[in-house]
Design a protein around this ligand. Structure first.
Ligand code: HEC
Ligand code: HEC
Ligand code: HEC
Ligand code: HEC
Ligand code: HEC
Ligand code: HEC
Ligand code: HEC
Length: 466
């Protein structure tokens, strides 16, 4: 059986029982190279479906039903690589130079920013950046089907997910490379792979809380799925720059990218700025670069909204064309939101609409995200530091709990009482039948009686020593 259908990946073809499957292999290869062939292929008790990017979203549900229905079939979904779009567009670097170049003159911001979740949200794969284990015994994701498992393997210095399907007692399968790692690992990681220039999601993801491999979020346990196309929206939120082909669902120039959410995502492409300041070292005022501190409140909020405002309804311009300081509504249409919902679609807390509900936001003239977040420092979990930012606007004495807690203690933590930690029901992680939901801070800042009670009880436990 051949898993990846273009010549680029034939190199990586992997067959355990070549003689037994040789004939099927030829048949499948022929089928999958003809883009007209879209039907499934039965392999004993297994069904293999090749899906193009559009069909994936249209038909996946039906195949999954088949897999979970009465006549259970071991189901494998593989990409049907579309005809490449080419020619129309030259590859460009879009004026992006990458963060290492900025380090030359902004060392401090560089070193701090590289430690943040933003900078690490997409990386190249290595044994360090891929957080899951490749050690024997820990490197297997056994799916709900006894016949289907994914093994994480290293071969000649490269990392792969090996899909193993037992069909009529014979193992068969294929290797899929780790090409891009997404997620700094606060909650977990998901991995992407290229077929030529087409980008897909790998089946196995990693869940930090359990330190284990799991089925990627939204995948049905028991179906091996390597066909999910990675659309540009995903890279818009998780990289600084990628060059997509216009008119293609998931095709990208592989030489032109800047991984991580780094300098130029918030300051705009830096080539001209760098060139100017290298040539004019005596010039002390900045040329051709955006400083968000100088933007209006609205434009500043929109920069963060690009990724922290929930799911856009639709794109009005090609992805990666928005630049900081521009009007975001000319690039993306966002749903009208009064912030009454914690989340809309994408796996992120809708921090902006929630914040907008708060009296803090409504009654101060110019509150933005950077009143509380310094984008150049890794500050996660430092509740005392965040509380100092509340204290810039609020005297601790203004809080009704000041007397009870005393000055020192209240200054350590305003957050647990006023920004509730909530389960994100949108982040459904399906693994071995378990559903795991990480928690996030509700940015609707207010007086929370439940949170206060919980926090006070917890303090009691700490002070009483149990
Ligand atoms: C050759 C030196 C040099 C390099 C390389 C360089 N900068 Fe600058 N940058 C400067 C100078 C000089 C200033 C003006 C003085 C200041 O604000 O520090 C500046 C200012 C800035 C400012 C503040 C702008 C303002 O209006 O207040 C930002 C933001 C900035 N640079 C971002 C970047 C980014 C992002 C990169 C990498 C793409 C980069 N710089 C690379 C020299 C450089
Ligand atoms: C609208 C922007 C947006 C899109 C689209 C998006 N993400 Fe995210 N993603 C986020 C944000 C923001 C977070 C962090 C959650 C939070 O703190 O609100 C996140 C979190 C994650 C995490 C967990 C990170 C960690 O370390 O805990 C992973 C993994 C991830 N995304 C992968 C993906 C993949 C893969 C895609 C596309 C197939 C995608 N995301 C699409 C914005 C987006
Ligand atoms: C998530 C968005 C974001 C990222 C990523 C980011 N910055 Fe900034 N940067 C900002 C904001 C917002 C400000 C204004 C902060 C303020 O003044 O409070 C700023 C200000 C600056 C300034 C001017 C003020 C100062 O601190 O000197 C420089 C220079 C700068 N950034 C360089 C960089 C460099 C270099 C990188 C990458 C290593 C980077 N930034 C990454 C958002 C970002
Ligand atoms: C291009 C998309 C993008 C933009 C623009 C962006 N973020 Fe993020 N942000 C993310 C993603 C993705 C994550 C999750 C990273 C991860 O954990 O993998 C994240 C995480 C964060 C976190 C959590 C950090 C942690 O340690 O877990 C904070 C805070 C944050 N962003 C604030 C901001 C602020 C403030 C702005 C605007 C100045 C901003 N972001 C702009 C995509 C973006
Ligand atoms: C930029 C200034 C600013 C910052 C920063 C700020 N607030 Fe506020 N906050 C306000 C204003 C203005 C109000 C409305 C007037 C008032 O109640 O003091 C307010 C109101 C509140 C209220 C009353 C809410 C209600 O519904 O009546 C609470 C509680 C509160 N803030 C807590 C916090 C906490 C906790 C932080 C830090 C996480 C914080 N604030 C950060 C400006 C700010
Ligand atoms: C009044 C202060 C304040 C403001 C304003 C604020 N945040 Fe936060 N934010 C926090 C605190 C406190 C946390 C929890 C930090 C921690 O536990 O590490 C947090 C956490 C986050 C996280 C991590 C995920 C989570 O929910 O725990 C993201 C992402 C984030 N903020 C984005 C934003 C964005 C985007 C904005 C602007 C729309 C914003 N924040 C405005 C205080 C603030
Ligand atoms: C133990 C939980 C708790 C902590 C910690 C806490 N608060 Fe409060 N806060 C409350 C409660 C509850 C109220 C409502 C008044 C009451 O019941 O006494 C309140 C009220 C407030 C108000 C609104 C006052 C008004 O009536 O408009 C502000 C502002 C505020 N707190 C700010 C803060 C700041 C800033 C911090 C950190 C320095 C903080 N709080 C720490 C629980 C807490």
């Amino acid at each position: 059986m051949i898993l990846a259908a273009n010549s680029d990946s034939k190199r990586r073809l992997w067959i355990l029982i070549p003689i037994l499957v040789g004939l099927t292999l030829l048949g499948l290869w022929l089928r999958s190279t003809q883009s007209s062939s879209r039907s499934g292929v039965d392999e004993g008790n297994a069904a293999i479906h090749y899906l193009g990017p559009d069909e994936y979203y249209l038909n996946r549900g039906a195949y999954i039903q088949q897999a979970s229905g009465e006549t259970r079939m071991d189901t494998v979904l593989l990409p049907l690589i579309p005809d490449p779009v080419s020619g129309a567009q030259a590859a460009t670097d879009g004026g992006y130079v990458g963060p290492d170049v900025c380090a030359e003159c902004h060392r401090e911001n560089y070193e701090g920013q590289m430690q943040t979740a933003h900078a690490r949200t997409t990386t190249l794969p290595s044994r360090e950046t891929v957080l899951g284990s490749f050690a024997d015994g820990e490197n297997v994701l056994q799916t709900a089907s006894p016949n289907l498992r994914i093994e994480m393997i290293e071969d000649q210095g490269k990392l792969f997910q090996r899909m193993v399907l037992m069909s009529d007692g014979q193992p068969q399968g294929g290797d899929f490379p780790f090409d891009i790692v997404t997620g700094s690992g606060r909650v977990g990681q998901t991995y992407l792979y290229f077929q030529g220039e087409h980008l897909y999601q790998l089946h196995a993801s990693y869940l930090s809380g359990q330190d284990s491999w799991m089925n990627s979020p939204g995948y049905l346990d028991g179906v091996a799925d390597f066909a999910r196309p990675v659309l540009a929206a995903c890279l818009e939120c998780h990289t600084t720059y990628y060059q997509p082909y216009e008119g293609a669902a998931n095709q990208y120039h592989r030489e032109h990218f800047v991984l991580g959410v780094t300098c130029e995502k918030c300051h705009g492409p830096g080539a001209e700025h760098v060139e100017y300041h290298r040539r004019n070292p005596e010039q002390k005022s900045a040329h051709a670069i955006v400083n968000p501190a100088n933007l209006s409140v609205e434009r500043s909020l929109e920069l963060c909204q690009l990724c922290h405002g929930g799911d856009p309804l639709r794109e009005l311009q090609p992805p990666f064309s928005y630049r900081p300081g521009e009007r975001l509504s000319e690039y993306y249409e966002f749903p009208q939101s009064d912030g009454s919902q914690l989340s809309t679609g994408v796996h992120t807390n809708t921090q902006l609409p929630r914040l907008k509900r708060s009296a803090c936001f409504q009654q101060s003239e110019s509150m933005t995200c950077i009143d509380c977040h310094n984008p150049h420092q890794h500050e996660r979990g430092d509740l005392k530091l965040f509380s100092e930012r509340c204290i810039r606007c609020h005297e601790p004495q203004a809080c009704g709990k000041f007397e009870l807690l005393g000055e020192q203690r209240i200054r350590e933590n305003c957050i647990d009482c006023h920004m509730l930690e909530v389960d994100m029901s949108d982040i459904k992680l399906n693994s071995g039948g378990q559903r795991l939901m990480p928690t996030m801070r509700d940015h609707y800042i207010r007086v929370w009686d439940e949170a206060t009670e919980e926090y006070l009880q917890q303090l009691d436990r700490v002070t009483q020593g149990f």
